[in-house]
Design a protein around this ligand. Structure first.
Ligand code: ATP
Length: 211
């Protein structure tokens, strides 16, 4: 596919495939087009030419920072889950909230008072309730505290579907990736091993690593 913003070419004939059980981390400097790729794959943006094709049984879950801004301010955590899953029983939704760290009265908190980490947890609870088999995650650990991040890494390491993600967290990259897609000015570089092997082989860490 081809994608440009005004004069700026982001992809000039990118050809890339994610197969079952592959877990791709997408690396590149600021502005390399990481988030754009995830948006294109998730259908949140369209290529100028070329196509994005999803397998017939693919059920995608997409996490992006803007999803946190879309939570309705005056709805509580529980109401927000009920709005997303009107068919689900209260007990199931309370259990779901509990799994994502909302205990006791916390499910009565309105979305407008939630911290960044709490919003991220609520968005993830919604994304994972009806499990997808392909996760597209744009910096999912940005607002998470260490305990929640660890919980997410453990949960995702048991996830059997495919993944494509952008992260600046070394532990997240190392624990979860088995493929590396590097977006460079010369074009994409595909690497058939995970992040740890990539670092061992190239001697380079991901640009913009935070930990
Ligand atoms: N809607 C848009 N209109 C114009 N330019 C855009 C738009 N979205 C992204 N860009 C530009 O396209 C380039 C790629 O953006 P993208 O967000 O994909 O980069 P990224 O690799 O995810 O960067 P970062 O690491 O900073 O998050 C950037 O230069 C960005 O400013």
């Amino acid at each position: 596919m081809h994608k440009r913003y005004g004069e700026r070419t982001i992809y000039d004939g990118l050809d890339f495939q994610v197969r079952r059980r592959e877990r791709w981390c997408v690396m590149g400097i600021n502005g390399a087009g990481k988030s754009t790729l995830l948006k294109l794959i998730a259908g949140a943006s369209e290529p100028d030419s070329g196509t994005v094709t999803r397998g017939p049984s693919v059920k995608m879950g997409y996490f992006a920072q803007h999803a946190m801004e879309l939570l309705e301010a005056e709805r509580t955590v529980l109401q927000s889950l009920e709005d997303s899953f009107p068919q689900a029983g209260q007990a199931a939704l309370r259990a779901l909230a509990g799994c994502f760290g909302f205990s006791g009265d916390e499910i009565e908190k309105k979305c407008r008072v939630l911290s960044g980490g709490e919003k991220a947890r609520l968005v993830m609870a919604k994304m994972l309730f009806d499990p997808p088999n392909f996760l597209v995650l744009d910096e999912p650990t940005n607002h998470l505290d260490i305990a929640t991040k660890q919980m997410l890494v453990e949960a995702l390491s048991r996830f059997e579907g495919a993944m494509l993600f952008v992260s600046h967290d070394r532990h997240f990259l190392a624990a979860l990736s088995n493929r590396v897609l590097e977006l460079t000015p010369e074009g994409p570089h595909l690497y058939g091993g995970g992040y740890t092997e990539y670092v061992e082989r190239t001697g380079q860490e991901a640009p913009g690593l935070r930990t």
